[in-house]
Design a binder for this molecule. Structure first.
Ligand SMILES: [Zn+2]
Length: 87
């Protein structure tokens, strides 16, 4: 991840531990994604609950890096909406 935006020079990590808030968004996104995979698997495969949950988590794992970046982008949007960077 770059330190600053090449277009508008926004500093992405405004302070130490800035992306902690992104973890909450990432957690919510991950739970939602796992739930969707779980419902799809449950309705199509008809597996028992425990097997469905384990398979849904395994299906989710390849998406984790992309989801982490998405969560950071959403966090920056949220943060800039509430507290815009004046510099
Ligand atoms: Zn920018």
């Amino acid at each position: 991840m770059r330190e600053r935006c090449p277009a508008c020079d926004l500093k992405f990590e405004r302070e130490e531990g800035y992306f902690l808030g992104a973890m909450y968004i990432g957690y919510a996104l991950a739970l939602g994604m796992i739930a969707i995979f779980g419902v799809l698997l449950w309705s199509f495969a008809g597996w028992p609950f425990q097997k469905t949950v384990i398979a849904a988590v395994l299906l989710f794992l390849p998406f984790a890096p992309v989801l982490t970046l998405m969560a950071r982008v959403l966090w920056i949007y949220l943060d800039q909406t509430i507290d815009p960077d004046k510099t």
